[in-house]
Write a protein that binds this ligand. Structure first.
Ligand code: HEM
Length: 477
């Protein structure tokens, strides 16, 4: 190597060394700045990545996973860590989780990783904060109330459930996660856009939507061809499709769409939202209502397959409801209210299965809670699943036992599958009705067995590795 080459390698090495030092300093600086007896115990792990990989390691969703197990036993239910490139306080404590969720925009604020904003867009209700969020949420809540009062709300859900189950006739095996996604997608697209499964726009949106979902869980690199870049483009295409539907409705204000009673029709009449906000709103509803509900359905079916007593009890409840109906008569709210055990099964699947493991927040100021101080600007992760699986809060917490809800209030701090406070899920009731109505027909039409080994895994988004294969046979009543 000549002298020029030597100095080139040396300077490159020095730049590398300085960069490494900056990274290390940047990683541990928050610890030095906030050093004090009141910071929760814990560890910052490796520079840059911190403990993120260990935190994200997949585990059965009805367990808290090795990372939380290890950290809680070492440091307690509240500990510090370094996750998603930020200094973080992780909370597995029911009181702190409740306190965080109840103090949205006062002491804490929703704070999803930046790449998610890139895909969802800044006016998405899922990431918006402060006054923008308040305005979007008010519209969402009034829309949900209006749509629930329409007679088509329940009948649409039931007809789609019947249609899916009809397509199982003659089959002895189905990939349940796929069927559940088909069901929840068709329901949400019907509720929001008024589209039926066989309309070409439904297939178009589904295709783009699947690409969009893949991007949400991919490496956030905007390089053409990557899942992330494809997701951003898919979002644009969905927006165009929704805008075209809106335009079609506007042009046809007095024509065939006039009698529609979907979300979009009501949304179009809302003056407080811009066109882009309305489009983003539709996307939020699709996103919020699709995967979560289908995962819940798969969990219910999976847990019931392992709990024959609960299944028999459930079946009896639905047979009794059916007996009171005329041939072909559809279900109504009164019937739904009679599905008491079904509600307990759904509630228990939400507790035991944990569709959403944790939510993202950041501290807006130094927050004192018990003996700890959560420093301003730090990320805060309330882990919902840790509260659901805490044996000091739920007897036999690691067992699927729907009967526990016969004597327990479901609106309590120790059961928060839909979050809490001003960001609490606006779609919780829709999700529960969907599952209950699907079950009503499923338990009366089919018997099913699951394959050994497939179980819900938290990645942290929940997935059945093999898609939950069901061996099915029609019931002969
Ligand atoms: C099993 C089903 C579901 C579960 C477990 C679930 C869970 C959650 C959770 C935990 C949050 C709070 C997120 C946070 O605090 O950061 C949330 C928010 C939200 N969910 Fe759901 N959800 C479900 C179904 C639905 C459905 C069916 C819809 C739409 C129709 C929906 C739409 C939304 C929206 C728009 C938000 C944002 C609310 C806000 O930020 O104010 N979800 N959901």
């Amino acid at each position: 190597m000549d002298a020029g080459g030597f100095w080139f390698v040396m300077s490159l090495g020095s730049v590398g060394l300085v960069l490494c030092l900056v990274l290390v300093l940047n990683h541990y600086l928050p610890l030095v700045l906030k050093l004090g007896p009141h910071l929760p115990r814990g560890s910052f792990g490796w520079p840059l990545l911190g403990e993120t990989l260990a935190f994200l390691k997949p585990h059965p969703s009805n367990s808290i996973g090795a990372f939380l197990q290890d950290h809680c036993s070492r440091y307690g239910k509240v500990f510090k860590s370094h996750l998603f490139f930020s200094p973080t306080v992780v909370s597995c404590d029911q009181e702190l989780n409740y306190f965080i969720l109840q103090n949205e925009d006062k002491l804490f604020q929703c704070s999803y990783p930046k790449p998610i904003h890139g895909i969802l867009g800044e006016i998405s209700m899922l990431v918006a904060v402060g006054d923008i969020h308040k305005r979007l949420r008010n519209v969402a809540l009034s829309l949900v109330t209006t749509i629930k009062s329409k007679p088509e709300f329940l009948s649409d859900i039931e007809k789609i459930a019947i249609q899916i189950l009809e397509s199982w006739r003659g089959r002895n095996q189905v990939l349940f996660c796929e069927e559940a996604r088909k069901f929840t997608f068709n329901v949400i697209v019907k509720q929001v856009l008024g589209l039926t499964p066989d309309e070409p726009q439904t297939a178009e949106i589904l295709q783009d939507f699947l690409t969009f979902m893949k991007g949400l869980i991919s490496l956030p690199l905007y390089i053409p061809g990557t899942p992330y870049a494809r997701a951003v483009q898919a979002r644009r295409r969905i927006c165009c499709t929704v805008k075209a539907i809106i335009e079609e409705r506007r042009r046809d204000a007095s024509g065939k769409f006039n009698k529609r009673s979907d979300f979009l029709e009501i949304l179009l009449g809302v003056d407080s939202l811009s066109q882009d906000e309305k489009v983003s709103f539709v996307l939020d509803s699709l996103l919020g209502g699709y995967e979560t509900t289908s995962v819940l359905m798969a969990m219910v079916v999976h847990f019931l397959a392992q709990s024959p007593t609960a299944l028999a009890h459930l079946k009896l409840e639905h047979q009794n409801i059916k007996k009171m109906k005329k041939e072909g008569e559809l279900l109504n709210w009164e019937d739904y209210k009679k599905m008491v055990f079904t509600q307990n099964v759904i509630t228990e699947a939400l507790r035991y299965g944990n569709v959403v493991k944790f939510v993202h927040r950041k501290a807006l100021k130094d927050v004192k809670f018990r003996d700890y101080v959560i420093p301003s600007g730090w990320k805060v992760l309330p882990v919902l699943s840790a509260v659901h699986l805490d044996p000091s809060l739920h007897a036999d917490a690691l067992q699927f036992y729907p009967w526990r809800w016969e004597s327990q209030d479901q609106t309590c701090k120790k059961f928060i599958p839909f979050g809490g406070g001003t960001r609490c899920c606006p779609g919780s009731e829709l999700a529960k009705v969907e599952v209950a109505f699907f079950l009503h027909h499923l338990v009366q039409k089919f018997r099913w067995r699951t394959e050994d080994g497939d179980q819900p895994l938290a990645h942290p988004y929940v997935e059945f590795q093999k898609g939950l294969v069901l061996k099915v046979e029609p019931c002969t009543l």
